[in-house]
Design a protein around this ligand. Structure first.
Ligand code: ADP
Length: 424
């Protein structure tokens, strides 16, 4: 058919995926690649690995679909940072990975940023920038900072120095004022900061070189991206205030769309901007990792079948893998609580699932107390979302409808951003 298609790519922690969707949101093609391991002396050559993966995914797309692609967007891991020459795009250092910490930069950042600001963490993008500036800056090259998604998108559109306000939050960008704050602008390294747009904004056309190599159309536009976890939220299409996504993987993470921005550093709660709304998030250390320590995935399925989800379990646990919790209870010394263990494994699992559901409910309550829009419907993603009994338990405990999200892949969320960029 002659309908347009939208391409999203996700560069996550373990590999990259693409999703091609039509305007109804139907997936027309999808695929994934692992990151190849290239070495650069002693260190991994991430630049080469990501570039190879990007072009590998473009090659994987069915050739017949490429002429219909109206737009492309990409998400990357948050706080993965690359500093490049602003004239040639040549990288000036090895990329800083999302979880890499720059403890030596933290006191410098804390001295300039407001207390408890998102940048006040050793792995923030700003700490990475300060670390690079202190050790490697030379005045004769003009540099620009890019996040992983910005850099990959640059390979496709060729305009250096463009980012989005989701990726730029951890470098200190203020998405509410739509500018970098004065305390950051006044630093000598502010010249390195990228220009920031809303996620899913058309930046420009795809370069002719790439367009002709893969057969994309002349009017194919490249759009700003977002972070991998926001892209995964977007995939669920929970796009009204009060809609939320609970991700039940190894840990439990909740994200709620709110009309009000809320932040509380004690609980690690902060908000990302999404157009005229805020995406409020909190992450607990409870979750599926504890289940996996006690039961195999097969046992989880068999035992769950025997649970009566209408009945409240009287067992009150706080399942944790290690000591310490942040959200919805800020207690770095909290001990895991998984006793008493009843004789019946069905009762035990019921108690654990019910207890995790109570922690989830407490999380949504806390966001409400902090001023966020109250939750009215929960979509669910991650390995725990396939457990129908748990969904019923959670509906009872939360007092809200809980549904499995239809789409949970970040690449699908990136494709929705591409669609947004093409329609503006
Ligand atoms: P992550 O990507 O965070 O490692 P996943 O989203 O892949 O995690 O989810 C894996 C988790 O899902 C495991 O920790 C496991 O305990 C949990 N899980 C798997 N099957 C079930 C099930 N039937 N019921 C509840 N939890 C499950």
């Amino acid at each position: 058919g002659g309908d347009k298609l939208y391409l999203g790519m996700d560069f996550g922690t373990s590999g990259a995926r693409y999703a091609m969707i039509d305007k109804e949101g139907k997936i027309r093609a999808e695929g994934k690649r692992e990151y190849p391991l290239y070495m650069n002396e002693e260190t991994v050559d991430w630049i080469k690995s990501w570039r190879t993966t990007l072009f590998g995914l473009l090659e994987d797309i069915p050739v017949s679909l490429c002429p219909a692609v109206a737009s492309v967007s990409i998400d990357g891991t948050s706080a993965t940072t690359i500093i490049v020459d602003s004239k040639t795009g040549e990288h000036l250092c090895e990329p800083f990975l999302y979880n890499q910490s720059c403890p030596e930069a933290l006191p410098i950042v804390k001295a300039i940023a407001p207390p408890n600001h998102t940048v006040c963490s050793g792995s923030s993008t700003l700490c990475k920038l300060v670390s690079w500036w202190s050790s490697s800056y030379t005045p004769n090259v003009s540099a620009v900072l890019l996040h992983q998604a910005d850099w990959l998108l640059w390979l496709l559109h060729g305009k250096l120095g463009v980012s989005d306000y989701n990726n730029a939050l951890k470098v200190g960008y203020d998405p509410e004022c739509e500018s970098y704050p004065p305390w950051l602008i006044s630093q000598p390294y502010s010249s390195v900061l990228p220009v920031v747009q809303a996620p899913g904004t058309a930046i420009g056309s795809m370069t002719e070189n790439i367009r002709t190599r893969f057969g994309f159309p002349k009017d194919c536009v490249i759009c700003t991206g977002t972070t991998d976890s926001i892209a995964a939220f977007l995939a669920a299409r929970a796009n009204q205030p009060g809609k939320a996504v609970t991700s039940l993987g190894s840990t439990l993470a909740i994200k709620l769309l709110s009309t009000k921005r809320v932040e509380d550093a004690r609980f690690g709660v902060y908000s990302h901007r999404l157009d005229d709304k805020w995406l409020v998030g909190g992450a607990s250390n409870t979750g599926g990792a504890v289940l996996r320590q006690i039961f195999t995935d097969d046992e989880l399925v068999k035992l769950s079948e025997q649970i009566n989800p209408e009945e409240a379990s009287p067992l009150d646990y706080y399942p944790l893998q290690d000591i310490g919790e942040r959200f919805p209870v800020a207690d770095p010394k909290m001990e895991p609580r998984l006793h008493p263990r009843p004789e019946s494994d069905v009762e035990y699992l019921h108690g654990i699932l019910e207890s995790i559901a109570r922690i989830e409910a407490k999380g949504y309550n806390l966001l409400k107390e902090l001023g966020a829009t109250p939750v009215d419907e929960v979509f669910t993603a991650g390995g725990g979302s396939k457990n129908e009994k748990w969904i019923k338990i959670r509906e009872r405990v939360l007092g809200r409808p809980v549904r499995k999200a239809l789409q949970t892949e970040a690449a699908y969320g990136a494709a929705l951003l591409a669609m947004k960029g093409a329609s503006l």
